[in-house]
Design a protein around this ligand. Structure first.
Ligand SMILES: [Zn+2]
Length: 152
């Protein structure tokens, strides 16, 4: 009986666990978040980004990391080409987190936003277990568990 109780509480806490894009993961894995995120920007933001990269070092800091996420949240994620429903599930999850300003989201929230994104069943089986497996197997997007976060 005790085992069943543990399993129940385990799966309840699982769906409460939140995921986010861990920028430190990129540094630890010698991957460039800036390049990855730049390729998800709309053409206007992409150009603005390239120009600021060319400026001399005494110009204001180039938007990076969280600034790049803010740019996507406030601009690029609202462009129709950003929300392409034909993308791979992991790519969509990455974009969902970018569009949310990298606010940690639970599996349940990710699932519901993903289904909204795809706009109906397109043949892919997407449920909380599938998402959890995908997220745990991720070695490309740096999406990591943020732990159980109490709402502020
Ligand atoms: Zn943009």
């Amino acid at each position: 009986m005790e085992q069943i109780d543990e399993r129940t509480s385990q799966s309840e806490s699982d769906s409460q666990q939140k995921y986010f894009i861990d920028l430190e993961w990129y540094q630890g894995n010698n991957r460039s978040f800036d390049v990855l995120v730049q390729n998800r920007m709309c053409s206007t933001s992409f150009k603005g980004w390239s120009i600021s990269e060319d400026k001399s070092s005494n110009s204001p800091a180039t938007p990076r990391g969280t600034d790049a996420i803010a740019e996507i949240e406030q601009c690029c994620s609202r462009k129709p080409e950003f929300t392409n429903p034909n993308l791979a599930v992991m790519e969509i999850l990455f974009r969902i987190l970018l569009a949310a300003g990298n606010q940690p989201l639970s599996i349940r929230e990710l699932e519901s936003r993903l289904n909204e994104w795809i706009g109906g069943w397109d043949g892919r089986v997407i449920n909380e277990n599938v998402l959890k497996r995908l997220l745990e197997g991720d070695h490309f997007y740096g999406i990591r568990l943020a732990g159980v976060v109490d709402p502020v």
